[in-house]
Design a binder for this molecule. Structure first.
Ligand code: TXA
Ligand code: MG
Length: 319
């Protein structure tokens, strides 16, 4: 495996690897992705192997324009079209009925497919040069912390990918928001980098995902336990005094805690939820590396990007 700076030459090489059935880690605006030719089932199978990801957890296809992305769906409802026009390229993934060309390994056998157009120039250049959709989950080991830098990818996946493109730290820092539709209304499958409030302004009020007994869950990858650091994580109310100790680390929203902890992270000194989301995974990676047994993480407001942050913290804290 090689780690190289994302530049025209290395992107060309990465695209050739993808076309030849290889697996390349690359930056997007949300988190790093582990990419392969989305129309090549054998290449996609390697993604599952490298991540240690169960086959029931479907992949997202990445395209370089809304026009090309649309072709991966067999049907697009009006409000979905509005969302594409408004938010692509950007941190929004749409789940809609799949076109025949999409292999079933990508969708884990579902008749819907998840597609997005990433808002990162290296990612767009790579997809364009590869000339096909790139299937990519987040470039971490299954269930572990998501990577927001090339070093995070290397730490977890080591020599798994054929190449890692280093495009610096990701801008948004949490994964894309995943939306599907039910009776023409948007349904939130995973809160993420695009706030639900913005989506509802364009596509109307959302409805809750229905649970159908005996059927695969609607967002199969959205397992209760996910994004977990190695240490136990406990969510606490901001400002609540917890016992400082050399065995515990502390993840604050905006203010440093009193007392001596093994390590401390502050997500945003000004209390800005966007900045907090951008710093979330890098702070958790750092606190994890400190060797702490326990991480206290402060609750953040559940609006805007705070919804995605709380979703990741809740999953990281699930037993
Ligand atoms: O920001 C992101 O979305 C990043 C970057 C790399 O694009 N990707 C990402 O992929 O977070 P991943 O695989 O870690 O999460 C994608 C999730 C899956 O776990 C699954 O729950 C959901 O997307 N998904 C994919 N296809 C689906 C489908 N047909 N129906 C419902 N959920 C689907
Ligand atoms: Mg993931």
């Amino acid at each position: 495996m090689k780690l190289v700076k994302a530049a025209p030459g290395s992107i060309k090489k990465a695209a050739a690897l993808i076309r030849a059935g290889g697996v390349v880690a690359f930056p997007t605006e949300t988190v790093y992705g582990l990419g392969a030719d989305g129309l090549n089932p054998v290449a996609c199978a390697r993604i599952f192997e490298i991540k240690g990801r169960p086959r029931f957890d479907p992949l997202i296809l990445h395209e370089c324009s809304a026009a090309r992305a649309r072709k991966l769906f067999s049907r697009v409802p009006g409000p979905a079209l509005k969302l594409m026009r408004k938010f692509w390229p950007g941190p929004l993934t749409l789940v809609l009925p799949k076109a025949a060309a999409v292999p079933s390994i990508v969708t884990s056998g579902l008749d819907t497919v998840a597609v997005r157009v990433p808002g990162n120039r290296h990612a767009l250049a790579l997809i364009k040069a590869a000339g096909r959709p790139i299937a990519a989950p987040s470039a971490n080991r299954f269930g572990r912390l998501s990577p927001t830098s090339a070093a995070h990818v290397k730490k977890q996946l080591g020599s798994g990918p054929d190449l890692i493109l280093d495009g610096g730290n990701t801008l948004i820092g949490v994964e894309s928001t995943i939306i599907t539709f039910k009776g023409g209304r948007p349904v939130l499958l995973r809160p993420g980098g695009l706030p639900l409030e913005e989506i509802e302004k364009i596509a109307g009020p959302s409805v809750r995902p229905g649970r159908t007994a005996g059927k695969a869950p609607q967002a199969p990858g959205c397992l209760k336990k996910h994004y977990a650091p190695r240490a136990r994580l406990l969510i606490i109310e901001p400002g609540r005094e917890v016992k400082a100790s050399a065995r515990a680390a502390y993840l604050a929203f905006s203010e440093r805690p009193a007392g001596k902890f093994r390590a401390v992270g502050v997500l945003s000194k000004s209390g800005d939820l966007r900045e907090a989301a951008a710093n979330l995974f890098s702070a958790l990676h750092r606190l994890e590396s400190s060797g702490a047994e326990l991480i206290y993480a402060e609750r953040v407001p559940s609006r805007g990007l705070g919804r995605a942050i709380m979703d990741r913290l809740r999953r990281a804290s699930a037993e």
